[in-house]
Design a binder for this molecule. Structure first.
Ligand SMILES: [Zn+2]
Length: 494
């Protein structure tokens, strides 16, 4: 699968349609440079001329270096590990980003790694919804991109400061970065108070910068001698941020073993097949038919959703007022009926969509509460539409996991979906409940997947966009039922 460069953003150069011209323009620049510096013998220049040309050539080199780093950063981003077989490096037959860069640019492996590390530290990052986030070293990124800061000086700042990132106060770290960039490019008051007003600011060489950066690193990591784990215990955290664009950001620092445990859960659910083996041709075909188009970030989000639902259902957590810690969502009956409006979940500051409310009701049940005009409760329905643990076990035995072919979410992580909605008279009965993972449940109304029950056994039909003319087929991932089917298959003719 080839991605077009025009659809990406390398260091903010992109203007749609211009990318194709960049290579030609660079070729023109290269020719003119050859014309300027390639045909004159420096032996004939005066000392001043020689040094002026040396500095001017370096200024051009810094611009070129910034572009090299931006390209390397983007190559690295498209080759990140979680893309699996879709990694750019893999698709081009290389084992690592550095190997791909070496092949394209013919530089050494060490130089390729330097460029890609600096590229990663200075490229804009993108959040779940594609919004641009600041680079890891925004000051270095800006100075590099402007051609003021050379790649080796930039590398010095990033390498020295990055080691303190986990322990340094972020504000102090940002301050150190700014100071060092200012010292390198000669801006700000880095030259000191005693510099006379019109003197050109003193610019540090990369080696002088390294000395300064090391002093900063010691300052930023004052806890240096303290054992890592005590410091980590103190700094661990998990936070909800302020809602933005309909999403709640989370941030935090996990202890390595906690991150490892979460990582294992992600791996187990996101690897092509648990255990990391190769997929069979049939599994591969199923996966392709499933039309999986979630990003790795989105898939991890959905794993978190399943972890939360599974934990809440487990009965092993403290209850709230005697009830399992489930989310309470309220919605006006009229809004639900007419299909517009929003619902509200306890404990979050922004509304949730009706689609989310329907999903929660489908799987978790609902209770009707009727108020009079003054707000008094005048009717209280009994809780309904909630599958019992007994029903859940039976459905689990029958379906074995998410019904959507190619989906690998196991039964214990699935929700139970009413095939015929309660509103249309669908009963909360095993003949009307099937297992779907959080994502396929959430998107079942819009994804085009069809589900029907034939004598109490589920069949699915792929959406037309995936498999035009595709028919209904029986599905199960239950090992018991699969064994059953094999046994009833007519014996092969010898
Ligand atoms: Zn699924």
């Amino acid at each position: 699968m080839e991605r077009s460069l025009a659809g990406s953003n390398v260091g903010g150069w992109r203007q749609d349609g211009v990318v194709n011209g960049i290579v030609e323009t660079l070729e023109e620049v290269r020719s003119s440079l050859l014309g300027v510096v390639g045909f004159d013998d420096p032996a004939g220049w005066s000392d001043d001329e020689l040094l002026a040309v040396t500095a001017a050539v370096e200024a051009v080199g810094r611009v070129v270096d910034a572009a090299r780093v931006a390209c390397a950063g983007e190559v690295g981003e498209r080759s990140r590990v979680e893309l699996g077989g879709e990694r750019l490096s893999t698709r081009r037959g290389c084992r690592t980003v550095a190997e791909l860069l070496e092949r394209v640019t013919l530089v050494s492996g060490a130089e390729a790694r330097r460029r890609s590390a600096l590229g990663a530290a200075t490229r804009s990052r993108y959040g779940l919804t594609g919004e641009a986030m600041e680079a890891r070293f925004p000051g270095v990124a800006a100075a590099l991109a402007s051609g003021e800061l050379g790649a080796d000086a930039a590398g010095v700042i990033v390498r020295e400061l990055d080691g303190t990132r986990r322990v340094a106060d972020p504000v102090a770290l940002r301050g150190a970065e700014q100071e060092l960039v200012a010292a390198a490019v000669g801006s700000g008051d880095a030259a000191g108070d005693d510099a006379s007003g019109d003197a050109a600011p003193v610019r540090c060489t990369a080696d002088e910068l390294r000395v300064q950066a090391q002093v900063w690193a010691v300052f930023l990591d004052q806890d240096g001698p303290e054992p890592d784990d005590e410091r980590a215990m103190r700094r661990r955290g998990f936070r909800f941020g302020r809602a933005r664009d309909g999403l709640i950001p989370v941030t935090g620092e996990l202890l390595p073993e906690v991150a490892a445990g979460l990582g294992r859960l992600f791996d187990a659910h996101l690897a092509p097949r648990s255990g990391g083996g190769f997929m069979t041709a049939e599994e591969r075909a199923d996966l392709e038919r499933s039309g999986e188009e979630r990003t790795a970030d989105q898939q991890r989000h959905d794993v978190v959703a399943a972890i939360i639902a599974t934990a809440a259902r487990s009965g092993e957590h403290p209850t709230i007022g005697g009830a399992a810690p489930t989310v309470l969502v309220s919605v006006r009956a009229a809004d639900l009926k007419e299909g517009h409006g929003v619902a509200h979940a306890d404990g979050v500051e922004i509304p949730v969509s009706l689609r989310a409310a329907r999903q929660l009701m489908c799987t978790g049940g609902m209770q009707q509460v009727t108020f009079d005009g003054a707000g008094r409760i005048i009717g209280l329905g009994s809780p309904e539409r909630c599958f019992t643990p007994h029903q859940r076990r039976a459905i689990t035995l029958r379906d074995g996991g998410c019904l959507i072919p190619g989906c690998r979410v196991p039964a214990s992580w699935c929700e139970i979906h009413h095939v015929i909605p309660d509103a249309d008279g669908g009963p909360t009965h095993t003949d009307n409940g099937v297992l779907l993972c959080w994502f396929h449940h959430r998107t079942i109304e819009t994804s085009g997947w069809g589900i029907r029950m034939i004598r109490g056994a589920p069949q699915v039909r792929p959406p037309a966009w995936l498999d035009p003319g595709g028919g209904w087929r029986s599905v199960t991932r239950s090992p018991t039922r699969l064994a059953d089917r094999v046994e009833r298959r007519p014996a092969a003719v010898a």
